[in-house]
Design a protein around this ligand. Structure first.
Ligand code: PLP
Length: 341
């Protein structure tokens, strides 16, 4: 049953409240039962570790209404594994994969009317959170945690078509330390990227491309998305100890290989930017955001990627293929999609 009150075509990547969220507490060394809630707020003790010391991790994924009317979730076991990795990174208990996936399925079923119809380009965004709840002012991991998931319908990312945008390198800011928390999905990395992000937006850029914090020579990633470049039929994406392993990037690497391209995961020096035929940022929200040009604001250099202001053919092909798999238009040869029944 579809929610008749929502105008699917005018949805943005914003927040629309839905009927239910799901919650699970970790107490006395074990996970409790999955609870269903219609409260949009959570009760957090003011001395909780998540509020003071950033003991918090999150995930982001989407569910799609397919051509056949069925709801598809894209690679949820990858999100479960990544949340476990984030948990290890900041000393939180790991949520087992089956509990994670059951919670994802349950919250979608409860909010089925908010899964946008096929053909609208919209989808249901799924946001799992894990928070340290124990009341303490000493710096140490919490003993109690809350895992929860809420969902919200989001519109297509590209309302005016798949168009490249300019991005900026801002050498005065780092997002993550070389051996810090860049490889895990924690809110602190986003807090660290906000200032540069806002400054870049004010100057007309869609995103910041962060360099490796140690040498300031190699591309790391964008604030919330991985980077890739295309040249000589090769998909090239950075190897670094401070970037988040994007599931979209991992999937695009596989699709590129399936399409007969070479795939390289290695350091990308800033100077190499001038040699790319195409480049993009990739993540769940947009799949691919093609890059028009990259301005190095401190070195006063500009790397033009798209000369005609259009997305390149390879970005277009990769984008279309991944979306087609997510919406059930093309065979899911790698078993990426979990169908809800
Ligand atoms: C979530 C995230 C991404 C994108 O990951 P996907 O799994 O593709 O959505 C990229 N970079 C950072 C820093 C992220 O937090």
């Amino acid at each position: 049953m579809e929610n008749k009150k929502i105008d699917w075509s005018s949805l943005t990547f914003g927040y629309v409240p839905t009927n239910y969220n799901v919650r699970m507490y970790y107490r006395n060394g074990k996970w409790g039962e999955l609870e269903v809630s219609s409260e949009t707020s959570i009760n957090i003790p003011m001395a909780a570790t998540c509020l003071h010391y950033g003991q918090e991790a999150f995930e982001g994924m989407k569910a799609f209404r397919g051509k056949d009317g069925k709801i598809r979730i894209f690679r949820p076991e990858e999100n479960a594994a990544r949340l476990q990795s984030s948990s290890r990174g900041i000393m939180m208990p790991e949520l087992p994969t089956d509990l994670f996936i059951n919670a994802v399925k349950r919250v979608i079923e409860l909010n089925e009317e908010f899964v946008p119809p096929y053909g609208t380009g919209a989808s249901l965004y799924i946001r799992p959170l894990l928070l340290g709840l124990s009341q303490q002012v000493g710096v140490k991991p919490a003993a109690e945690y809350l895992f929860m998931i809420f969902v919200t319908p989001v519109g297509p990312y590209f309302k005016e078509g798949f168009k490249p945008t300019p991005m900026a390198i801002m050498r005065g800011y780092d997002r993550a330390a070389p051996l810090g928390t860049g490889t895990i999905k924690v809110g602190g990395n986003y807090a660290a990227s906000l200032k540069a992000g806002v400054l870049a937006h004010e100057k007309g850029y869609s995103a910041v491309i962060f360099l490796d914090a140690k040498h300031k020579e190699y591309i790391d990633e964008c604030g919330p998305a991985n980077f890739f470049g295309i040249k000589n039929n090769t998909y090239i994406t950075p190897k670094s100890t401070s970037i988040l392993p994007s599931i979209t990037n991992k999937s695009l690497m596989q699709i590129a290989e399936d399409m007969g391209m070479k795939v390289e995961r290695r350091e990308i020096h800033v100077d190499e930017l001038s040699t790319f035929e195409e480049a993009g940022a990739c993540g769940t929200a947009a799949v691919i955001s093609p890059i028009e040009r990259i301005d190095d604001l401190d070195e006063h250099k500009s790397y033009i990627i798209s000369k005609d202001g259009k997305a390149g053919p390879t970005c277009e092909k990769l984008y279309n293929k991944l979306r087609a798999i997510q919406y059930g238009e093309e065979p899911d040869t790698h078993n990426w999609v979990m169908i809800l029944d």
